[in-house]
Structure formats: C-alpha cells, structure tokens
Ligand binder design. Structure first.
Ligand code: DI6
Ligand code: FE
Length: 400
C-alpha cells in the first residue's frame, strides 16, 4: 500500500490529552503499509497520496474490549420476564440466563455461529470499530467452548477487523456439574484451555466471579494454569455483589477487571498497583436497572485507567453500539467526554494488552482510524442513536 497523508482533519490522537476543539489540519497523519508512520503539523508530502478529510474529526478506531458476541439463540422472553419483575438471578436459578444461551449455542456449529454473529459484528463495524474482543462462555463443555472460539476466529477472517479471543469457560456451571464447581474447573475449564491454547484460539483468560458463578478459591487453579501457559487474565468482578474477584485477579496482574459496580477504594488501589484497567459496562448496568454506580471517583483518585465496552450478550446487555456505550458512560457513570473517548481507544487497547498495536494515532501503531462527520469529541458522545461515521479505516485502508 502506498503512503497516504491524511490532511485537513481534526485529529484526536488519544495519545495524551483529548482536545475539546481540535483544529482542522493542526495535525496530519502519514500512514504506509497499514501502519502509522508519523503524526505532526505539516508533514512532508513527497510521494504520498493525499486524503483531504474536509475538516472532519479523525480518531483512533474504537475498540470494543468486552463482548460475548458469539452465541446462539435469543433471550427476549427473559427481557419480558424481567419487565414482569422477575430478577435476573432468579431467571438464572430457574435454568434461564446463561444456561439458556448454552443450550442454543451447543446446538450450533462454527458456520451457523458465524452466521448468527456477523450481523452483530457488522453493527459494531458500522460505527468504525477496528478491534473486538470475543469471549467463549456459552458452550460450557470443552467441545462447545472450542467451537465458539473457532467461530470468533472465523469472524476475523470474514471481515476486516482484529478479533481478540478470550477463554471464558468459567462463566457458569452447566447442569451436569451442578454443585461441583471444582470438578468443572478441573475437568472442563483447565483441559479445555490447554486444548484451545494449543489450537491458537486463546488470547486471554476470563471468568465470572460472583455468588451465582465462581469464587476466587474455585478460580485459582484456572488462573494458575493461565499463568503457566503465559496467557494474560481478566475477570468479571463485583458486578452484582462484593465477591473479592478484583483483588484476586490483581494478584495475577490482570489486564482488566470488568463491571465493578461493587468495587471498593481498596480494589481501586490494588488495580492501580497491578496496572489493571477498569472496564465499565454501562449496557449491563442499564439493562439490569442497577443502582450502585462503579466507584469512578476512586478510580480517578488512584490513577486507574477506565475503559468502556458494550458487554454485548443476549441477556444483560444486548448492545452493539460503541457510540451509545460512550453516551451511557457519560450519562450513567458521569465520565467526561475525554474519559469516554480514551475509554474506547487507548484504555480499551490496554485492557486487551494491545497498547503497542492499536488504540492511539501514534507512530508505529496500526493505522486503525475512524473519520466522523462531526467536529468535536463532545458531538460524538452527546447524541443518542445517531451514527456520524464517514469512513472506517482499518490498517491504513478505507474499508467502509
Ligand atoms: N456478566 C454478565 O453481565 C454477562 N456475563 C457475565 O459474566 C451475562 C451473560 C448472560 O446473561 O448471558
Ligand atoms: Fe461480560
């Protein structure tokens, strides 16, 4: 690919501060071979194709760093049950929730899972997204978890997008392991991870640490195994209660702890010490009508990086809009516009261990960018149900 000079854009690099009113042409971006070569004022033009951005806002391509995008079936009936007042935990206890999606997912093969998931992925891509994390966790057997991650990898072949895969076998107990969480971890989660890793299907390991799922003690052998394989870990923690998952995962230098409504100031301190990113998921907060807010002030005070993600899943966050996620981060969690933008770019990259690959407009990183028909970051975050994407740029190429 020849060198391209992106001129006359209002550039938000997410590499440092976020300007409120970036000026057109103040910074130019030179890309070549899928990479960003240079960022600066008045870059040399020799030999480069000129791309006039006509004063539009140019940002790093958004990153959705926490999704359960691959699944079978649909849980709209549970949505109706919750409208009738049945709580999520009760639906789960009655065999609904994650287990309902398990049954639907187990009934599908790789091709049908890809077909079911592509419309969701396309919705994310339509808002400029360049990187999407995808978790397993609805198979809950070795074979079905592997099938999910093969489907996730196939999505990355079907579209121009970077897919990061996460092993989330420790998401819920399947019925055949009812009351036997230790056996499930030993017989499914750990050997399945070995097999998935050998097949190149795993970029990170995650779990659901919660009263309705797994305790830190039950998860420790799995996290020890991840460490032995050299795989980074993450955790779903303190979503519905204080379960100690955050402190536990920080002991493994987790890339991220996610949800965190019930996290404490001490958790924030532990996260700061281990460099763990706080991934906030306003779609789940909204869907479950939670009232306890994540401790954003404590994260700020401790210097914890905050990311935002859709948590796209069939139950607690049927959300495929990164723009709405930013808006919810601001309105529900009171993040600033600058925090929202960093939360889906530089900080989301850190939550995936990709800070040297994507998430900023900086030399040496992939030229994953989004060009928007707006002039300021605030205009990107303020609106609801409006998509101003002009162009999605993936590895230096305009792909939409
Ligand atoms: N936390 C969540 O919000 C989702 N998974 C998790 O660990 C829920 C997934 C589902 O209900 O299907
Ligand atoms: Fe999740």
């Amino acid at each position: 690919m020849p060198a391209t000079l992106w001129t006359n854009a209002r550039v938000v690099t997410a590499d440092g501060g976020i300007p409120r009113a970036p000026q057109p042409g103040a910074l130019e971006v030179l890309t070549e071979g899928g990479q960003i070569l240079a960022v600066g004022p008045a870059l040399p033009r020799a030999g480069a194709a000129i791309m006039d951005c006509a004063g539009r806002l140019l940002t790093p391509a958004p990153i959705d760093c926490h999704t359960h995008l691959v699944f079978g079936g649909d849980r709209a009936t549970e949505f109706e049950m919750r409208l009738d007042g049945v709580p999520y935990a009760q639906i789960a206890a009655q065999g609904g929730g994650i287990r309902a999606s398990m049954r639907a997912t187990r009934a599908m093969d790789v091709d049908s899972l890809v077909a079911a998931s592509l419309p969701r992925l396309d919705h994310l891509l339509a808002e400029g997204t360049g990187t999407v994390e995808v978790k397993s966790g609805y198979g809950l057997s070795v074979a079905a978890e592997l099938t999910m991650l093969r489907a996730a990898r196939a999505l990355g072949q079907a579209r121009r997008v970077r897919i990061c895969t996460t092993w989330l076998a420790a998401h819920a107990l399947p019925p055949d392991y009812e009351g036997r969480p230790e056996a499930y971890i030993a017989e499914v989660a750990i050997p399945g991870l070995t097999a998935a890793h050998a097949e190149g299907l795993v970029d990170a390991v995650d779990s659901f640490c919660e009263t309705i799922a797994f305790t830190p003690d039950q998860l420790a052998p799995l996290y020890d195994h991840a460490r032995a394989l050299g795989l980074p870990v993450k955790i779903h923690a303190e979503q519905l209660s204080q379960s100690g998952g955050t402190a536990f995962a920080c002991g493994y230098n987790a890339l991220s702890a996610d949800h965190l409504e019930h996290a404490t100031a001490a958790d924030a301190q532990a996260m700061a010490a281990s460099g763990t990113v706080a991934v906030l998921l306003p779609g789940a907060f909204y869907t479950l009508r939670e009232t306890v807010l994540p401790p954003v002030a404590a994260f700020r005070a401790a210097g914890v990086s905050m990311a935002l993600a859709t948590d796209c899943n069939p139950g607690t966050s049927p959300l495929t809009s990164i723009l709405l996620t930013m808006n919810m981060g601001a309105t529900l969690f009171r993040l600033t516009v600058a925090e929202c933008l960093l939360a889906v770019t530089a900080h989301a990259a850190r939550a995936l261990g990709l800070q040297d690959v994507t998430g900023r407009i900086a030399p040496g990183l992939a030229a994953d960018m989004a060009l928007w028909d707006v002039q300021t970051p605030a205009q990107l975050v303020a609106r609801i149900g409006f998509n101003p994407l002009h162009a999605r740029i993936y590895q230096g190429e305009r792909v939409a």
